[in-house]
Ligand binder design. Structure first.
Ligand code: ZN
Length: 115
């Protein structure tokens, strides 16, 4: 851990530090990678290179074959992203399933199925 200060801040306004985090996407282990971590909220921002590598690996495994574009809807104050049935089935998520939302960077959201 280097604790190197980073000139820009997390979306929550907290300071970011450079460190290494264990990276895992879709059950694929990418090991320890450089990331910027918010000391206030704990958000992790992976560097561009790591994200590229993750994307390539996932493409290779054909998970992106299920990629879909969906339109964001609204429910009260929240925004709603509809999960197409084939993706829901693949992830084994149902109505009222618990998922964890994890902003990977400024234009990427990871949804982790927790129950
Ligand atoms: Zn933060």
């Amino acid at each position: 851990m280097t604790n190197e200060k980073i000139p820009y801040k997390c979306s929550c306004g907290g300071n970011l530090i450079k460190t290494k985090v264990e990276v895992e996407f879709f059950g694929i282990d990418f090991g320890l990678r450089d990331a910027e971590v918010c000391i206030a909220c704990g958000s992790e921002y992976l560097d561009h290179e790591t994200l590229k590598e993750v994307e390539m690996e996932i493409k290779k495994r054909n998970i992106f074959a299920m990629e879909r574009k969906v339109q964001v809807a609204r429910s009260g104050d929240s925004l709603v992203i509809k999960i197409p049935p084939e993706i829901a089935e693949f992830l084994d998520i149902h109505y009222k399933s618990l998922v964890q939302l994890f902003p990977v960077d400024r234009n990427r959201l990871e949804v982790k199925v927790t129950g």
